[in-house]
Design a binder for this molecule. Sequence first.
Ligand code: 3HC
Length: 316
Amino acid sequence: MNMEATSPPVSGHGPDPSIQQVTVVGCGTMGNGIAQVFATCGYQVELVDLSAPALEKAINTIARNLDRVVAKGSLDQESRDAALARIHTGTSLAAAAQTADLVVEAATENRQIKLELFRQLDQLCPPPCILATNTSSISITDIAGATGRPSKVIGMHFMNPVPVMKLVEIIKGYNTDPGVTATIVEVSRRLGKIPVEANDYPGFVANRILMPMINEAVHTLFEGVAGVAEIDTVMKLGMAHPMGPLQLADFIGLDVCLAILRVLHEGFGQPKYAPCPLLVKMVSSGNLGVKTGKGFYAYQAGSKDLVVAPEFSGSV
Ligand code: 3HC
């Protein structure tokens, strides 16, 4: 696999002149974070989702996150208001797509949904428009095959929380045009991010390495080697990770972790990627982590305390 790390971001250069309007599809955690960073950089953003209440929630989240940045003194009030005013929301994909120069798709991580979305986007967007996907593991080449413009389809994989994390993993599909890759590298730098290029194989780089680590942490718990807090403490204090792997799994969503592991397992056909039975069982039970209030830890709205979930609180 050929990977190329690119140089640090050019800050304060504003939007790429070749891209005026960015359409972000999907307004969940990743979609609203992506909309926020593009709008803060000066792009006009169309944020589109099937659900009007979800869009309202997303705008409130973006407003709150921008307020945090203002409170820290890294953005003034006027720039915050201007960024928010650059984000327009709507439920019509056709309306949001018709004048797009770049689409960043951050919809549900489901192959059939993404293939159908890209088929529609290909019909709706102007011919020069670049179609990027924030998929965490679905093949870019596969998604590109649903369109009549595979050379303009690329992976633009942001990390959660998008406004904070510096990396954008840029994944080149089998037919992605090098000029399109160069544009997306430049756009990412202008967002203040560090772009890293990778080729299109299961899990790309980030999740190919991260998910086996998380899976191994779940096995370590499953086999009774150590408890939840102990496993996370080893990795936080011993390896200087900001979160332990079990807390990170809760943060990402256990269903998302399981889905990515299944892509790795199926894509490489190697038993080392098989999801731990405990992870499978937790997902079946609906304990998906932060978003459902319980995973390896139990979460209380408004509290930042890290409390191990009752089923894991006994000693090993
Ligand atoms: N929006 C804007 N700012 C945010 C934010 C958000 N959603 N969440 C946190 N922040 C800011 C805070 O304002 C704070 O800023 P400051 O230090 O300048 O005051 C800073 O981030 C730290 O936040 P907190 O003090 O609230 O909390 P922590 O110090 O515990 O940091 C964290 C939180 C940044 C999430 C940190 O724990 C971390 O880096 N965790 C690991 C995250 C990670 O690994 N992400 C990648 C996940 S994998 C992925 O996304 C790929 C996918 O395909 C699975």
